[in-house]
Design a protein. Structure first.
Length: 116
């Protein structure tokens, strides 16, 4: 059974940094792309960043140059280093894991709050 678990959210002042971690377990041999999404109150869930199994990345324009996504050596983990955080980055951040042959799975979400 596939599980996706995030960690690392919290409260930080504007300009600060946080690092989110996500690990997928179960059927990891089917694992393809992993990514981070976020959802602020009243807004739709939006893509923050994604990384493929071969390391290719893409970012939302709003986070380019501030956030960095990376895969762990074991390939079933993904990290999001968030620097120069802004109040508008406040949201629940969700990890998404895409697999070959089975539906994508989501983590439970982790709250990131940036105070001004």
């Amino acid at each position: 059974q596939v599980q996706v678990v995030e960690s690392g959210g919290g409260l930080v002042q504007a300009g600060g940094s946080l690092r989110l971690s996500c690990a997928a377990s179960g059927s990891i041999f089917r694992l393809n792309r992993m990514g981070w999404y976020r959802q602020a109150p009243g807004n739709q869930r939006e893509l923050v960043a994604r990384v493929t199994s071969d390391g290719s990345t893409n970012y939302a324009d709003s986070v380019k140059g501030r956030f960095t996504i990376s895969r762990g050596d074991a390939k079933n983990t993904v990290y999001l280093q968030m620097n120069s955080l802004k109040p508008e980055d406040t949201a629940v951040y969700y990890c998404n894991a895409e697999f070959y042959g089975i539906p994508p799975h989501w983590g439970q979400g982790t709250q990131v709050t940036v105070s001004s």
